[in-house]
Design a protein around this ligand. Structure first.
Ligand code: URA
Length: 287
């Protein structure tokens, strides 16, 4: 049993003193009754606690997939710019934080959770959880860039980037035939680097998670590509392409580990993960 005011303060963004006022104003009900007090004992799993008509349940682990739109920042608060959390219209929004960051102009899969351990595991450099992106870049497909990505690129840091998987895509989502065989995902020692997504897996991600509208962003003298990296350096994808003389015109994350962006989510919308998706994430973390 939990005190009503404490339970609501823990599960929503309201403070306990605000909750007291809401109870007094009749905006909270327990099992249909507003004749309640802040100290009323409730069993939130079985009692129906409503705040402004919305059921408040004990949260446990919350994990949301958002299709981040361009123009918002991946932070919990920002004085000048709207954040991804401003897009979450849920009583528990204040408990969430984004798992890692996407640039302000980057779109796509962003996880929001209240689970610090899950977030830590997904971002931990030692776990090599892959992140796969769809990128529209300047110039035409070039086999040499595939090799450079696979070997790791000097982006001005102490070490080169870890090997990354790059493929060029036709506008209907297939890998461009002439590049499929190139750099099939093995490095010169003939082994797959840790965390790197295989070309087959990457093709499946592309087929399932890239919307046709995204291919339509590809303009003249530009091409579509899919890139998978197993680390998360600042502006990593843009800097890797820049080091190869290319600019990224559009960037969208389509997968984190084995978790794919739901293509039915419009930019700015979100949903909680299904049990299957939670399992996919856990598999990604355990390697
Ligand atoms: N790499 C980038 O350059 N930007 C992002 O937002 C994510 C990866």
């Amino acid at each position: 049993m939990r005190r009503l005011d404490r339970f609501l303060a823990e599960e929503t963004s309201f403070s306990r003193s605000e909750i007291k006022k809401l109870i007094r104003a009749g905006r909270v009900s327990v099992n249909g009754s507003t004749d309640i007090r802040p100290e009323t004992k409730t069993e939130p799993e079985t009692d129906c606690v409503l705040l402004d008509g919305r059921r408040i349940l004990p949260a446990g682990r919350i994990c949301i997939m958002m299709n981040k739109p361009a123009g918002v920042v991946s932070a919990t608060e920002d004085r000048r710019t709207r954040t991804v959390l401003d897009l979450v219209d849920e009583p528990f929004a204040a408990k969430l934080f984004p798992v890692g960051r996407l640039d302000k102009d980057t779109e796509g899969l962003l996880l929001l959770t209240n689970d610090g351990m899950l977030s830590h595991n997904l971002l931990s450099p030692g776990r090599h959880v892959s992140k796969t992106y769809f990128a529209v870049i300047t110039g035409m497909p070039d086999e040499e860039i595939i090799q450079r990505f696979l070997e790791g690129i000097d982006i001005g840091e102490k070490k080169r980037t870890l090997p990354a998987q790059l493929r060029f895509l036709s506008v209907d989502g297939d890998f461009l035939e002439e590049y499929v065989k190139q750099g099939a995902g093995e490095n010169t020692a003939g082994t797959m680097p840790p965390g790197i997504v295989s070309p087959d897996e990457m093709q499946e991600f592309c087929m399932k998670s890239i919307a046709l509208a995204d291919y339509a962003r590809c303009g003249e003298n530009e091409c579509c590509s899919a890139v998978s990296v197993s680390e998360g350096k600042f502006h990593q994808i843009k800097r890797m392409f820049q080091a190869c003389g290319r600019d990224v015109r559009f960037l969208k994350r389509i997968a984190m580990g084995k978790l794919l962006l739901d293509p039915a989510l419009a930019p700015g919308s979100y949903r909680t993960l299904t049990d299957e998706e939670i399992k996919a994430l856990e598999r990604s973390v355990s390697g």
